[in-house]
Design a protein around this ligand. Structure first.
Ligand code: ADP
Ligand code: F6P
Length: 472
């Protein structure tokens, strides 16, 4: 039996690759994804246990500790991977929670697998949590875990945080097992969201579906009260600033500009290859700017970094084909020998390389159709020490609530997107510097540690949990 911890984080993924080195050494590999990025920063030196899936199918493996953080892996079979992760989580909940920009698929078999796997995560958490411990459950993959865990271990303090949007009732009501999903989350003592609207949505749903007494801060059901609220997630600002200031990163940023042909303006996008990220809308806008001569190759270049994601899910495969077809067409039509209109890089980058890219960009284009937060937008701002650079940001990203000095845009409106890109490209340096300084000031006081402290001290009034993390 594994040693027990007083703080347990439960997330679908463990933060490491499934390839532990032959000598057994285990390195943090940051998954390209917001959750791993956020939790990596706060947990790497915390005395805690992280319960999660190590990737791939097969029996569980004992994993080495990472510093003071213990890892407890939850194994999935091939069928479970299909039904729970690729099926219910990423083909039902994910599209539905992101405004159904792709149609959500409903399959009764997937639900059964989701139940089984959620129970396995709950059992693993119950096993590694010491008496009275706090267990912090993350995201839409594990919505049933809070209630299951409460049944198994009533002594625990249970938190739940939803990293993705929580939809309005008219969308959530489409779910065949909506009441069970809602009850599952409400097993927590505190349910946190990225935006205040989500707390409003869950209150309405709990009243309508479960007959609970609810407002935007508390939901009372069967004599027990769950608190709710918005806790916008953030990044490790100090880490990104330190990376961006490293002489080799600064030199690399300069080198990248040279490699891109010293254009007057560099536009940059960095996304997981996901249909929620608005990559196609962005490419349409860019194509039209080139077509109308408002943007010229050699003068301007777009760098699109798009790391592959959930590649066995059909909608992700077809998206990738469409994007690659469109990038090929745009380059074929508007590029010149040695001068593509778009540099398309479909690979993971390490943090230093990302920091150099952020520094090289004149305009960072972050235009998801819907996004819980979007940490890329925050990373870009943190990397811009000199106050230059423009951020074009979708109103539909959680980050827009905080970074309202960005050039905000509705990405569905291609004309509006084109106008906003042009405005950002032509903005006066003094205007950009004012906007950037305000956004940087906000981030300095709202970094990832502030998020964790805020959430955990709301979960635990004694402040005991938050204090433990602060000691890093
Ligand atoms: P999501 O959680 O939907 O993937 P976010 O923007 O919130 O979106 O988080 C993405 C995280 O993944 C960021 O921390 C970003 O730096 C990282 N990331 C994105 N693309 C890459 C890439 N090509 N290589 C490495 N990390 C990446
Ligand atoms: O933020 C939503 C999320 O599902 C996170 O849980 C995860 O970090 C990211 O997207 C990447 O997704 P996946 O774990 O499916 O590769």
């Amino acid at each position: 039996m594994m040693r027990q911890s007083s703080l347990v984080v439960v997330a679908n993924r463990l933060p490491l690759d499934d390839n532990v080195a032959p000598d057994g050494a285990c390195e943090w590999r940051r998954n390209p994804g917001g959750l791993a990025s956020a939790l990596h920063s706060i947990l790497r030196q915390a005395p805690a246990t992280w319960v999660g899936w190590a990737g791939g199918a097969g029996p569980p493996r004992p994993l080495p500790d990472i510093g003071t953080l213990r890892l407890r892996s939850v194994a999935l079979t091939e069928d479970e991977l299909r039904g729970y992760y690729e099926g219910f989580a990423n083909s039902t909940l994910w599209p539905l929670y992101h405004d159904a920009v792709e149609p959500p698929l409903f399959d009764r078999g997937w639900w059964e697998t989701y139940l089984v796997v959620n129970r396995r995560f709950a059992e693993a958490a119950a096993e590694v949590a010491e008496q009275g411990a706090a267990v912090w459950v993350q995201d839409y993959h594990l919505q049933l875990v809070p209630e299951m865990l409460r049944q198994m271990r009533p002594d625990l303090l249970i938190g739940f945080f939803m990293h993705v949007p929580f939809p309005p009732p008219e969308l959530f009501m489409q779910l065949p097992r909506r009441a069970e999903l809602l009850r599952g989350m409400l097993g927590a003592d505190l349910v946190g969201f990225q935006r205040p609207q989500a707390a409003h949505n869950i209150a309405q749903l709990a009243t309508k579906l479960l007959g609970a007494q609810a407002n935007d801060r508390t939901i009372t059901l069967g004599g027990r009260t769950t608190r709710t609220g918005a806790f916008p997630v953030s990044i490790d600002v100090a880490e990104m600033q330190a990376l961006a200031a490293r002489p080799d990163v600064v030199a690399h940023a300069r080198e990248l500009r040279g490699l891109l042909g010293q254009p007057r303006r560099i536009l940059l996008s960095v996304d997981r290859l996901d249909y929620t990220k608005g990559i196609e809308h962005r490419l349409t806008a860019y194509r039209e700017l080139l077509r109308d001569g408002l943007v010229k190759v050699r003068d301007t270049v777009l760098v699109q970094v798009a790391v592959p994601s959930r590649e066995r899910v059909e909608s992700y495969r077809t998206l990738r084909d469409r994007i690659e077809g469109e990038v090929g067409r745009i380059n074929g039509e508007y590029g010149r020998v040695g001068e593509p209109a778009i540099h398309y890089l479909i690979q993971p980058f390490d943090r230093a390389e990302l920091a150099a890219l952020y520094q090289t960009a004149d305009v960072m284009v972050v235009t998801p159709l819907r996004d819980g937060m979007n940490l890329v937008a925050k990373e870009f701002v943190a990397a811009r020490e000199d106050g230059s650079g423009a951020l074009v940001l979708s109103e539909f990203a959680g980050a827009a609530d905080e970074l309202n000095d960005a050039f905000l845009v509705n990405p569905h409106d291609v004309e509006g997107l084109k106008d906003t890109l042009l405005r950002a490209m032509e903005a006066e340096p003094a205007d950009l510097a004012t906007r950037m300084e305000r956004m940087r000031a906000h981030l300095r006081s709202h970094d990832i540690m502030a998020w964790a402290r805020d959430y955990l001290s709301t979960l635990d009034h004694t402040g005991r949990l938050a204090e433990r993390l602060a000691r890093r």
